[in-house]
Design a protein around this ligand. Sequence first.
Ligand code: GLN
Length: 216
Amino acid sequence: MCPTSPRRTASPSVAGSPSVGVLALQGDVREHAALLAHLGAEVVLVRRPEELAAVDGLVLPGGESSVIDKLSRVFGMQEPIRSAITDGLPVYGTCAGLILLADEIADGIEGQESFGGMDVTVRRNAFGRQVESFETELDAPVLGAPMVRATFIRAPIVERVGAGVEVLAALEDGRIVAVRQGALLGTSFHPEVDGDSRFHELLLERVRIRADERGR
Ligand code: GLN
């Protein structure tokens, strides 16, 4: 006699999966979406205010910050993203995304703006032309062991951090490459390229808290 198979209901991890957006105007959207999906998040590609309103967290991908800035204004996304950040939306920016989270940009192109929210100054293309990209191992105490394998591609550096900003990782020479302020997280490098999911997990912790608060 065959035992009857139990009826499958949606597993809690699926039913409770947080909804995370990836700003999909330009940049390495696909890599972030794949990593977030691997972590069990429901991924939404965000291009419009309605899509932004439906998510409990957002990733600003790597790419070209001046282009993402311009497109965000063309698509009417700058103000919605700014007010979502002010309203406490958890956001993780990698590379160009970190530049977009900075209250102040150094070496931006003429007229370049950011969404802001983090009390930091971030210098674009801080490693100059000779060093377009490199990889290194970073100690990020907040993540514990092992060290982070970090890929830097025409990367920015955090030059100034305000009082409320936590430094999560720095290069051996002291230059700051990972920061957190409240629900905002930024890295100069690209964990989504190396498949290290631990920074995305930090984002998801915040996203779950946010989703709970909003009764989702
Ligand atoms: N140099 C780019 C910028 O200014 C950032 C590069 C990246 O995201 N990999 O936006």
